[in-house]
Design a protein around this ligand. Structure first.
Ligand code: UDX
Ligand code: UDX
Length: 460
């Protein structure tokens, strides 16, 4: 067996993960392949297909040395005995389980491609989030190949976008699941050896395959559940005069609760949380665990509710109408430090504002291209600008949807002067200096904050 590594799927997971492996494993050749020629061309150019702090430097340093990007998956499968699979597994949009189950067609096609191109024994590593027991399906397909032996390993990725390189370089843990057979354990060790080049051995956990597959779904569900819990409390804060940031801070000091993932906002976005929870719901239902399914479904419903609530607050505060008013949307990415807009709360919120006939001026330092695609074909008056001052010009309101540092450092006196009055600011991330903005003259509302000083009107 050789030490070369191939990764099928050059996305947000595949690209950064392989770049970090290339850095720490100079003795290994890393080949990242994808069916999308445009994406591969971008990985080979000066403008990488994804924005991630630290990624540009890393790719440019190792590309062409031990890190290669191409569309030739057959060649890569033949050249490498370890094959990571990071293709997308979106929510099914058709047939049974539509809207819930994972669409595994790319995953299965990949298994068949590996079987067809294999020229020797291979270790296949599941990097994407998958329903529990997907490894069995992969094994069934691969075992049709009588000549060679295949081990299927689960090695879920826990990186978060915006901090992917740091998360990969200093992970809380690396999880590797394999069959508890001599071959399975050997394969697990070979994958552990890769990470051991930079991760302390005690942080590399090994479990059985199903535990590893379920841990990834469970971890994402628990994180998302914390966000829905704090957002549910934000609604209560607005009614009672409590302040959600104070509640979160005081609660988070309890070591059993901890401070992370307690930031109230416009609801979670990103490619994983909603998809993984719906997948979990579908799985529970298919095992007859209806109560468990209902419990997790509620996490997604509260997330949608938070976005509807934000719209209600905007309407109430702006005299029950935004028709023909210009609203500046500050931030379209699903979180700061990424250009990714998949499942971004901004998409739903902009749709709702457009339905109310608002005119939108959207600004974001990295996500405008994706924002244009997301809102393409949607009727309404929308302009996109990289300049927040331009977005705010003649606007009736600013709605902050992404906590970019840039938005914290803008000259809000200058912005206030060019806005229509009363000038409203809805900070759905609680990231701006509320006291200062109120002093400047803004009608300011945060999320989960007492609303006594707003110009709230009845209705809605
Ligand atoms: C992916 C999955 O979307 C997610 O479910 C999982 O948890 C982690 O892996 P990500 O890297 O963000 O996450 O996906 P994406 O950026 O969509 O990249 C997947 C890539 O696979 C795409 O570039 C796509 O072109 C490629 N692909 C897809 C293949 O190369 N072959 C296929 O058959 C299908
Ligand atoms: C998530 C998981 O964190 C990661 O472990 C997994 O591998 C993939 O899914 P990601 O979606 O990239 O990562 O980002 P994350 O930082 O988890 O944020 C997800 C969403 O939750 C964002 O929209 C973010 O703004 C929101 N969020 C996060 C909050 O609203 N409040 C918080 O306290 C934390």
């Amino acid at each position: 067996m050789n030490k070369n590594i191939c990764c099928i799927g050059a996305g947000y997971i595949g690209g950064p993960t392989m770049a970090v492996i290339a850095k720490y494993c100079p003795d290994r050749t890393i080949m990242v392949v994808d069916i999308n020629q445009k994406r591969i061309d971008a990985w080979n150019s000066d403008h990488l297909p994804i924005y991630e702090p630290g990624l540009d430097e890393l790719v440019k340093k190792y590309r062409g040395k031990n890190l290669f990007f191409s569309t030739n998956s057959v060649e890569a499968i033949k050249a490498c005995d370890i094959i990571f699979v990071g293709v997308n597994t979106p929510t099914k949009t058709f047939g049974r389980g539509a809207g819930y189950a994972s669409d595994l067609q790319y995953w299965e096609a990949t298994a068949r491609n590996i079987a067809a191109a294999a020229n020797g024994d291979k270790i296949v590593v599941e990097k994407c989030t998958l329903p529990v027991r997907t490894a069995t399906a992969m094994e069934r397909i691969l075992s049709e190949h009588k000549e060679y032996h295949f081990d299927v390993i689960s090695n879920p990725e826990f990186l978060a976008e915006g901090s992917a390189i740091r998360d990969l370089e200093q992970p809380d843990r690396v999880l590797i699941g394999g069959h508890q057979t001599p071959e399975g354990l050997k394969a697990v060790e070979r994958i552990a050896d890769i990470y051991a080049a930079w991760v302390p051995r005690e942080k590399i956990l090994t479990t059985n395959v199903w535990s590893s597959e379920l841990t990834k779904l469970a971890a994402n569900a628990m994180l998302a559940q914390r966000i829905s819990s704090i957002n549910a409390f934000s609604a209560l804060c607005e009614e009672t005069g409590a302040d959600i940031d104070e509640v979160a801070m005081a609660m988070g000091l309890d070591k059993r609760i901890g401070p992370a993932f307690l930031k109230s906002g416009p609801g979670f976005g990103g490619s994983c949380f909603k998809k993984d929870i719906l997948n979990l719901v579908y799985m529970c239902e298919s095992y007859g665990l209806q109560k468990v399914a209902d419990y997790w479904r509620q996490v997604v419903l509260i997330n949608d509710y938070q976005q509807e609530r934000l719209l209600s607050n905007i309407l109430k505060t702006m005299f029950n109408t935004v028709a023909n008013k210009k609203i500046a949307i500050f931030g379209f990415a699903f979180k700061a430090n990424t250009g990714d807009t998949r499942e971004s709360p901004a998409i739903a919120i902009c749709h709702m504002l457009l339905e109310e006939h608002a005119q939108l001026a959207i600004t974001d330092p990295k996500a405008l291209t994706h924002a244009q695609e997301d809102l393409k074909g949607y009727p309404g008056n929308i302009v996109f600008t990289a300049d927040p001052y331009e977005a705010a010009k003649d606007a009736d309101a600013i709605v902050v949807l992404t906590e970019w540092d840039l938005f914290k450092t803008l000259d809000y006196e200058r912005i206030f002067k060019v806005m229509r009055k009363p000038a409203f600011c809805f900070d759905a991330r609680n990231c701006l200096d509320a006291v200062k903005l109120k002093q400047i003259g803004f009608q300011f509302r945060g999320i989960g904050k007492p609303s006594s000083d707003s110009t709230e009107t009845a209705g809605h």
